[in-house]
Design a protein around this ligand. Sequence first.
Ligand code: NAD
Ligand code: TYD
Length: 356
Amino acid sequence: MVKTVLVTGGCGFIGVNFVRLLLANHKDWQVINLDKLTYAGNLQSLAGVENEPGYTFIRGDICDSALVADLFEKYQIDTVVHFAAESHVDRSITGPAEFIQTNIVGTFTLLEAARKQWLREGEGRSDLCRFLHVSTDEVYGSLGKTGYFTEETSYDPRSPYSASKSSSDHLVRAYFHTYGLPVLITNCSNNYGPYQFPEKLIPLVLNNALQGRELPVYGDGGNVRDWLYVRDHCEAIARVIENGTVGQSYNIGGHNEKKNLEVVELLCDMLDVKVGPLKSGESRRSLITFVKDRLGHDRRYAIDAGKIAEELGWTPKFTFETGMEKTVDWYLNNRAWMESVMDGSYRKYYEEMYGS
Ligand code: NAD
Ligand code: TYD
């Protein structure tokens, strides 16, 4: 079925990969990308697809209720895929206010616009509509050495980031139970892949290791994350939009639990092979530096993705090895992207195209 999809945060890491997937696989769908272009949004990441006939970019804030209502009306949006968020835990510790605003108030603004447009009395359009809220496994808190997060696990957020995402999940669910808004929630584990902003572990380590700079590992490096290649996440989201049951949550994970130190060492070894060791002849592992731990650092995340596998037939296609191979190659082949993000010149691209 043809859809008109409002993608929020489509200039961020996962949003860019998702917009690219939709434009490649659903050529008859209309994609409206609403993004504020914060430090994490990069229009250059969509170079090459921005002139596709099914694609429209709108620079704006999801908290701007008049703008959001206008977009619903003007484009007759029937599907929302809501990525826009402040997404970095470390920033939420030093400056939580933006997280409350975008992640909670912004989600509320979108829900209100959808409610007003889709549930208008007498129109009966809501059966065809879907509001997919993209959330995180961090809402479930931290695991011990064993166990997995299922959709039934109680929420136990422990950082301002995960608390703001939990709040937005609760609002989304409330709009289903109270108003009958056709919502879906996905809770995904850590993603990696092309176009990730280099404040997150994997692109940060790649960038620093290439430049011969220190690789900061928090605490003892024993914290565990369940890594998923971003393409697999995007395909899971597309599957949930098309076949998910409204009102339900779906956990998405990669079956790839790794300690942070293992990830950093693997990246060092891959770069040593692909581009050679440091000028000194030493391995890039010599750059690893243990630094002060993150406040309230969650020890382990691990997803039980059985529900989405059984109900929607989704399982990840990439192993950690194949996904990392593609990721490292992408960053090596796209050094200009990384450099423009690091020196801030990616902003000039936007200004040249759209004015400041
Ligand atoms: P990101 O930080 O790379 O991108 C966020 C995007 O949202 C940017 O383009 C930014 O400009 C935009 N944005 C921020 N505030 C906005 C606002 N007020 N109005 C409009 N646009 C705004 O984030 P990401 O890693 O792509 O994550 C996307 C979503 O997926 C988030 O909701 C995040 O919680 C969730 N998620 C991420 C991961 C992960 O590993 N990255 C894992 C699970 C879930
Ligand atoms: P991150 O990529 O920030 O994702 P999240 O906090 O959402 O899981 O961090 C992944 C893990 O890597 C997390 O346990 C924190 C750790 N980490 C470091 O050890 N060093 C770093 O420089 C960063 C950014 C993260």
